[in-house]
Ligand binder design. Sequence first.
Ligand code: ZN
Length: 299
Amino acid sequence: MSRFIQIVEVGPRDGLQNEALALPVEDRVALVRQLEAAGARRIEAVSFVNPKRVPQMAGAEEIMAALPPDPARSRIGLVLNMRGWDRCVAAGCDEANVVVCASDGFAVRNQGSTVAEQVAALAAIVERQAVEGGPPISATISVAFGCPFDGEVSQDQVVAIAREAAALQVAEIVLADTIGVADPWTVRRRIEAVRAAAPDARLRMHFHDTRNTGLANAYASVEAGIDVLDAAVGGLGGCPFAPNATGNIGTEDLVYMLERAGFETGYDLSALIAVGRQVSERLGKAPASSLARAGGFPA
Ligand code: ZN
């Protein structure tokens, strides 16, 4: 078995965004560099949200300016609207990850617009990219397995959004379990349903380990044929809707599980473990990833 599974490192964005302590720009640049040295080829480095709303993500432009362009790396910027897209293009990101929420409750509370308005915003961004140029666009469907406000999110709703994103020919569609409520069987069914509705779309999965189902969901995804998964070094982050919960699945945990089984990821596990321990220490907390505690095997 030598199938390559690509892991998109989201620690500097999704991880740090949900940490109580806001790291300064220089620490976040250092983290991106350390992760790239440990093997990250695609990395969600910055977020173009309003820094007044998310102070942890302030300084996106400075971070991008401090990272020299590298054809072997892709630095992704998170985008919620046209203003974010314009900032992302100006900052020189290699990819944009545009978020569309799967429920109106989350859409309105988190981004101040409805799902339909967010789909329209995605379409407008794709249109602007076609005219003026810009990096490839991924569309992340957030709360695709459950919403903290509206409760259950139906498969039909997720499929409908995925179908619209696929019609816009985005480079990739991401199903995100933003609050960590998915189970592996549902994951498989949603992947199959989205694939049936959008057979040409490249799919990527994004899991939080809030309720300890993160790696099982990653396993189910790989078994369902998914080749691209998100993870955050050290299991960084938390869940704003579940106090004391852990964050994204840990990159080192995912790398260990996959490489132990014979998959390739391109990461250096021991370097990754060291980065996870270091950033957790910087944040003043114990690393959430199991590998940061236990180490790899064989030693
Ligand atoms: Zn997330």
